[in-house]
Unconditional design. Structure first.
Length: 216
């Protein structure tokens, strides 16, 4: 009787998925640690521990690889946060100011993750690279829909169904992205950023105080 080892029992699709994930993870690491110019295919190949041929099999161009890598990590992180947040919402925080405070704190934390800096490296490079810009724009549109869903989950059904919520969501996301960029040149604690209070106050006014005004 022939006994297969664990490695032999792994299917070809599983091996392909593992190789692709290794390459994507290595590309994100290269972007974060070395920047766009330093995230070469040679560096990514070395970090992933794969052959040149295998890397090119999955990603024939460097830009396609880097865009896919940033999206890969962002989507994984977004899904992970959604699961974690849903389980970690404090008792009694289905709505109200406690839910808003919790949601904003978590949303702000996403702008300190590696995928944010990987994405910013690509955004900056895309300004002067039409090919990269096209690929990145398409990927960002797809990711945007997933992000909107997760932010709605963070705030909960009561707040996310408020008529002002889409405007608040877009304003918070754009503002947080801009503030987060300032941390690339200054070392300070993001947990005590003064904008947190401003974002919370704004959200309370738009989602709670406006609701009280409309219902009275």
């Amino acid at each position: 009787m022939v006994v297969q080892t664990k490695a032999e029992r792994v299917s070809r699709p599983e091996r392909r998925a593992d190789s692709r994930a290794l390459i994507l993870d290595a590309a994100v690491r290269a972007l974060v640690e070395n920047g766009y110019s330093g995230a070469t295919t040679v560096v990514i190949q070395r970090l992933a521990g794969v052959s040149r041929g295998r890397l090119l099999h999955y990603f024939p161009s460097r830009d396609a690889l880097l865009v896919a890598a940033a999206q890969h990590l962002a989507i994984e992180r977004v899904a992970e946060m959604e699961r974690w947040f849903d389980a970690a919402v404090p008792d009694g925080a289905a709505s109200g100011s406690a839910r808003i405070d919790y949601a904003i704190s978590l949303l702000w934390s996403t702008f300190r993750q590696p995928y944010f800096w990987a994405a910013m490296e690509l955004w900056t490079a895309a300004r002067t690279d039409p090919g990269l810009r096209t690929g990145l724009a398409d990927a960002e549109r797809r990711l945007g829909r997933a992000i909107e869903h997760v932010i709605a989950t963070m705030f909960g059904p009561v707040h996310s169904s408020h008529p002002a919520f889409p405007d608040l969501r877009d304003l918070l996301f754009s503002s947080m992205r801009g503030v987060a960029l300032t941390y690339s040149i200054g070392e300070r604690s993001a947990d005590t950023d003064p904008h947190l209070r401003l974002w919370n106050d704004l959200a309370v006014r738009m989602l709670l105080e406006q609701s009280d005004t409309h219902s009275s």
